[in-house]
Design a binder for this molecule. Structure first.
Ligand SMILES: *[C@@H]1O[C@H](CO)[C@@H](O)[C@H](O)[C@H]1NC(C)=O
Ligand SMILES: *[C@@H]1O[C@H](CO)[C@@H](O)[C@H](O)[C@H]1NC(C)=O
Length: 329
């Protein structure tokens, strides 16, 4: 069942994003797709709902997440639509969602708070989209997440902050992206990981690949395909398997600092600068004070100056030592 209002919706959602603020747009989309009662399940009009809590909105050319989702929806199939962007709180109201399928939407952009409110979500499929970057914290609140697919996007970087610490995540699919390395800390924050898919990325076998290589050697089970992962650069290592590098191969790489160490360095820098500045000032003041005191003492000890003698031979021994006296003479 298709909603005519969705079909007549103009296609450029980016234009829509630029022209209208989110709240207005969210209301418009809610109005366009009021929840129609279908049994006792809230069902967006554009979708077909099954009693098990599944809202099937797949292949309906939807330009946005349909309105009218509530706590009775457990699985939302939104695959093969035209949802190009996800605003903050895109699924608010569907707090009981366990499974969310957003495959193949041409999705380019997700707000860092797009998935807020989905604390129960276990499976999130974002594969076959056009994501190039992920905002820090995008998945950090999905504490129940077990499987995440980012396969078939255009990701060239994946920061640990985008995933955060996901204690239950056991399946992470990153195949067919533009990743040349994984940063240190990304995999260590995923203690339950037991399936990691990495093929189809242009791995660059340099120092930046060290964290991944070391992780793969220590955890051979999660990535059984690791044997088949090959370097695409640099020239002399092209087609070398990633698992072929012993830890010693990275000995020439400078130990990179962990974020916590970096924070300490950054915090200590200004503090030590200020401290040394204060120390210099105190030392300078002390030295000046000492000199002034010494000069005063010396002046007190010196015999009172006599009026200059007319003859050069009459200058006393004390006066010849002073350059002022020499200049005077
Ligand atoms: C969800 O919406 C349906 C129909 O709109 C309604 O019957 C049901 O009570 C709602 N459930 C909750 C938990 O709000
Ligand atoms: C969802 O609906 C589409 C047709 O609109 C159908 O082809 C597909 O099989 C349905 N998916 C499920 C899981 O029911």
């Amino acid at each position: 069942m298709r909603s005519p209002s969705f079909l007549s919706w103009p296609p450029p959602p980016l234009l829509l994003l630029l022209l209208s603020p989110w709240p207005v747009w969210a209301q418009a989309s809610a109005a366009a797709a009021p929840s129609g009662a279908r049994g006792d399940l809230a069902c967006p009009e554009a979708c077909a709902c099954a009693p098990g809590g599944q809202a099937n909105c797949s292949r309906r050319e939807l330009p946005a997440v349909p309105g009218g989702l509530n706590w009775s929806v457990l699985a939302l199939l939104l695959d093969h639509n035209r949802v190009r962007a996800l605003p903050p709180g895109a699924f608010v109201g569907a707090g009981a969602l366990l499974r969310l399928d957003l495959r193949d939407n041409g999705l380019r952009w997700m707000h860092a708070r797009a998935f807020w409110g989905l604390g129960a979500l276990q499976h999130l499929d974002l594969s076959a989209n056009q994501l190039e970057a992920l905002a820090p914290g995008t998945f950090a609140r999905l504490r129940a997440l077990r499987a995440l697919s980012l396969a078939g996007n255009r990701l060239a970087r994946l920061e640990p902050a985008a995933l955060g610490a996901l204690p239950l995540l056991h399946e992470l699919s990153l195949q067919d992206n533009q990743l040349s390395a994984l940063p240190p800390g990304l995999l260590t924050c995923l203690p339950a990981l037991n399936a990691l898919r990495l093929r189809g990325n242009p791995w660059a076998c340099g120092c930046a690949l060290r964290p991944l290589c070391i992780w793969l050697r220590r955890h051979p089970r999660p990535a059984p395909e690791a044997e088949t992962l090959l370097c695409v650069s640099p020239g002399n290592l092209v087609l070398s398997p990633l698992t072929a590098f012993p830890d010693a191969a990275f000995n020439h790489c400078a130990q990179s600092l962990a974020p916590r160490d970096l924070a300490v360095v950054y915090a200590l820098g200004p503090v030590s600068f200020l401290a040394s500045l204060a120390a210099c000032l105190a030392l300078g003041t002390m030295i000046t004070a000492c000199r002034t005191r010494r000069r005063r003492l010396a002046a007190a000890r010196r015999p009172p100056r006599r009026p200059p003698d007319p003859g050069p031979c009459s200058a006393s021994l004390a006066d010849t030592g002073s350059p002022a006296a020499a200049a005077q003479a």
